[in-house]
Design a protein around this ligand. Structure first.
Ligand SMILES: NC(=O)C1=CN([C@@H]2O[C@H](COP(=O)(O)OP(=O)(O)OC[C@H]3O[C@@H](n4cnc5c(N)ncnc54)[C@H](O)[C@@H]3O)[C@@H](O)[C@H]2O)C=CC1
Ligand SMILES: O=C(O)[C@H]1O[C@H](OP(=O)(O)OP(=O)(O)OC[C@H]2O[C@@H](n3ccc(=O)[nH]c3=O)[C@H](O)[C@@H]2O)[C@H](O)[C@@H](O)[C@@H]1O
Length: 436
């Protein structure tokens, strides 16, 4: 099939490249000319394992192209994927500005019938609106159909997830369009769930909100566990063995961040408000998470009320490992709070430091490795569970730091691993008497 993909962010780029990899002829369109230039050189503007190799392979193979021109990108295409951002608006609802602009550009440019496939996460009902908005501005005689195809990839494992997802969801009110998009996806060889348009839109929000709920739930259990002497690692393992619960997304820590869980949970609450339906469970999920993101900083401040003159090493800045994304990363709130208390911060992240410099305080010093970050530090805090951080020997903290004091916001080490070392160790959801 001849396919155009609009937007080359985490979702659009991975979608375009993997559709090319399974044999389609793909042109990706992005309004960011600099990004298009980088991509045409075969360089990925984002850090995702395996992505650069696939871009280069498919550019060389001639079935992948990048352009900032709608005219060039849409010419002769059968299918147009929409993968532009849908960030959180000021009132918590999804801001559809980019979707609207992309729709208008499609309508102004389109010369033939196409199926529009929406990958962007959009509120229930938006796909019907997208179809109408495009149709209203289209030249006479051209027809569009619409399919919702929400994306479930995780950043950091986006390429792997695309080829190994649990399911592909496609929703449409047009049986022909559903059949065509099922065929496009057939080479992925994954289960395909077919629904109506609105149910597909809802599956996406409900899935993210459910995963966010699991995280806030385990964080609440963690906070209670440490007060009553239980260990949340063991609690999560024991709960997770029940197949009805599952162990995934039961890791306690500094809360969820990233570009999607916070915004999509808020957007779902906003969808409810529009139909006069309040969602107290999801409101609590967000409240618990907002508090959880501050917990590691509060643990530090409880121990050291005055941080002035204290050198603090910050290990990990990205919102999760294996990504350079800093969107809504817990490190933003935590570093702000520690700076407010007078701390001097020296930070290290294996790949997110360039992006971190754009969003964190310019008072933070960035260094090239863990050793430099903890050298002569009074305390260290872990905010992202990168392998390099998890594998850094506990014994080395004593070697480099003034005193080995470690606040672990991602529970990278078990209580057993820490026992017998000279590290004063504070974590989340473990019995307090085992701390320090
Ligand atoms: N990031 C993720 O892991 C996931 C994101 N999603 C959803 O996918 C959508 C896209 O998210 P990301 O890829 O993270 O966004 P992003 O912000 O990384 O990328 C969006 C891209 O669209 C481009 N763009 C904006 N307006 C345009 C226009 N009118 N024409 C052409 N290009 C345009 C931007 O320049 C940018 O490169 C969102 O709705 C998000 O909720 C869904 C699943 C996973
Ligand atoms: O819609 C989206 O954008 C995507 O959102 C999440 O993917 P992502 O945000 O990339 O990363 P996750 O691995 O889900 O982690 C999200 C946040 O939750 C935190 N988390 C995750 C799991 C856990 O057990 N505990 C926990 O605190 C992570 O540290 C991170 O801050 C979903 O997992 C994807 O299925 C979805 O497509």
């Amino acid at each position: 099939m001849k396919i155009a993909v609009i937007g080359t962010g985490y979702v659009g780029l991975v979608t375009g490249v993997t559709l090319a990899e399974i044999g389609h002829q793909v042109t990706c369109i992005d309004v960011d000319k600099e990004k298009v230039e980088t991509l045409n050189k075969g360089i990925s503007p984002i850090y995702e394992e395996g992505l650069t190799e696939l871009i280069q392979k498919n550019l060389d193979g001639g079935n992948l192209a990048f352009t900032s021109s709608y005219q060039q990108g849409l010419q002769g295409k059968d299918i147009v994927y929409l993968a532009v951002g849908t960030p959180q608006g000021e009132d918590g609802s999804a801001d559809l500005t980019y979707i609207h602009k992309a729709c208008d550009s499609i309508a102004e440019t389109l010369q033939n019938d196409v199926i529009i496939v929406t990958k962007s996460t959009v509120p229930v009902g938006t796909n019907s609106y997208i179809k109408k908005r495009i149709e209203d501005k289209l030249a006479a005689g051209i027809k569009v159909e619409i399919v919702s195809n929400p994306e479930f990839l995780r950043q950091g494992s986006a390429v792997y997830d695309t080829f190994n997802g649990d399911r592909i969801v496609i929703g449409s009110d047009s049986p022909e369009a559903l059949r065509a998009i099922a065929e496009v996806n057939a080479p992925f060889n994954l289960p395909i769930v077919q629904t109506d348009l609105k149910s597909a839109e809802m599956i996406k929000y409900a899935s993210n909100a459910f995963l966010a709920t699991k995280i806030s739930f385990i964080n609440e259990i963690a906070n209670l566990s440490e007060r009553v002497g239980a260990n949340v690692d063991l609690v999560a393992d024991g709960m997770g063995m029940d197949k009805r619960i599952g162990r995934a997304f039961l890791n306690a820590g500094a809360g969820f961040g990233g570009s999607c869980f916070p915004k999509d949970t808020n957007a779902l609450i906003s969808i409810g408000k529009e139909v006069d339906y309040t969602m107290p469970l999801l409101e609590s999920v967000i409240n618990v998470n907002n508090k959880q993101r501050g917990i590691i900083a509060e643990k530090v401040i409880e121990q050291y009320p005055d941080l002035s003159g204290k050198q603090v090493a910050v290990l990990g800045l990205a919102f999760k490992p294996n990504t350079d994304d800093m969107r809504d990363a817990p490190s933003i709130h935590i570093t702000e709070r520690l700076l407010e208390k007078g701390a001097t911060l020296r930070a290290y992240d294996p790949v997110a430091m360039d992006n971190a410099k754009k969003v964190l305080s310019n008072k933070i010093e960035y260094v090239k490795d863990i050793e430099s970050a903890i050298a002569d530090a009074d305390l260290a805090i872990i905010l992202t569970e990168w392998d390099v951080i998890k594998e850094f020997p506990l014994s080395a903290y004593k070697k480099y730091m003034k005193k080995a004091v470690l606040f672990d916001g991602r529970n990278c080490f078990t209580i057993d691993q820490v026992a017998g070392t000279d590290v004063e160790y504070h974590s989340i959801g473990r019995p307090v008497e085992n701390d320090a």
